[in-house]
Ligand binder design. Structure first.
Ligand SMILES: NC(=O)c1ccc[n+]([C@@H]2O[C@H](COP(=O)([O-])OP(=O)(O)OC[C@H]3O[C@@H](n4cnc5c(N)ncnc54)[C@H](OP(=O)(O)O)[C@@H]3O)[C@@H](O)[C@H]2O)c1
Length: 259
């Protein structure tokens, strides 16, 4: 038990989150807490946990519901009293991918509530366990959709692009990036590594929906990367980073992202 490295992955029942669980479980030292809004319906995840010989546990967690966050944190504290090494904040929603001026306000609030406040509340609830752990890692799965420099770069370029679409999702990921730097500042003296990782444009339910939305403005847009390849590359990045990298925004292949 002493040499195990413990991970918690949110939104682990499909897409990139599930690929994280699968690949972490191929590491002999990993013990993975895979969370899902509806564990009973998460059949692939249940199968992974059953085959894991005790290395994978499925927990219920809806990051947008305070009671669910509190219950998951309490359950985890019983399972890992010596602490959690790495939190992978992966769960998020895309929203409806509308034009910047057509955004429904309650949809906007829902996306921010989930992707920003939800992620923050999970991180805060798990801080006592993360502080006890030796890994001291918080990984926020961000997106290039939250990259201000990239988005602003399209303004005066006369090329088809989707930079005015999905204002809710873009704002949520830009805010998540700010959260990364706030937490990295706050936790630097405690040896934490807090990162924003951009996974690339990935074949998942979200990637396919974003591809369809983007194609309306920029024909031909679509996912280019499998979840497996994205996660394999992100895990390589995670193997290499140290607390000196805390507060960085990094692409899946290790390249630095501009803010
Ligand atoms: N795919 C891409 O091209 C791409 C690009 C850049 C960034 N990302 C980011 O990568 C991460 C994973 O995305 P993905 O492509 O794997 O998306 P996905 O296939 O749509 O999966 C999203 C996951 O988040 C979970 N989730 C949504 N709302 C939740 C909530 N309130 N509480 C708990 N879990 C919730 C979903 O659970 P349910 O099954 O219960 O809905 C699902 O497990 C996200 O942060 C996304 O923003 C993806």
């Amino acid at each position: 038990m002493g040499t195990q490295f413990t991970y918690l992955v949110t939104g682990a029942n499909r897409g990139i989150g599930q690929a994280f669980v699968e690949q972490l479980l191929s590491t002999p030292t990993a013990r993975v807490f895979a969370t899902a809004r509806n564990p009973e319906a998460s059949l692939d995840l249940k199968r992974l946990a059953e085959a894991s010989e005790g290395c994978c546990h499925v927990l219920q967690l809806d990051i947008s519901k305070p009671d669910s966050v509190k219950a998951a944190a309490q359950e985890l504290a019983k399972l890992v009293p010596h602490g959690l090494d790495c939190l992978i904040n992966n769960a998020a929603i895309l929203g409806k991918f509308t034009h910047a001026l057509d955004q429904d306000l309650s949809d906007f609030a829902h996306v921010l509530q989930t992707n920003v406040i939800g992620t923050y509340s999970v991180t805060r609830a798990l801080m006592p366990l993360l502080r006890k752990g030796t890994g001291k890692r918080i990984v926020n799965i961000s997106s290039d959709a939250g990259c201000l420099q990239q988005n602003a770069g399209f303004i005066h370029q006369d090329v088809p692009n989707d930079a005015g679409m999905a204002i809710d999702y873009r704002c949520s990921k830009a805010a998540l990036n700010m959260m990364t730097t706030c937490l990295a500042n706050q936790l630097a003296q405690e040896g934490f590594t807090v990162l924003s990782l951009h996974p690339g444009f990935v074949h998942s339910d979200m990637g396919r929906a974003a591809g369809l939305g983007a194609s309306r403005s920029a024909p031909g847009s679509g996912p280019t990367l499998s979840a497996e390849d994205s996660v394999q590359a992100m895990l390589q990045v995670l193997q290499q980073v140290t607390p000196k990298d805390s507060g960085r925004y990094i692409k899946y292949n290790g390249e630095a992202m501009p803010w």
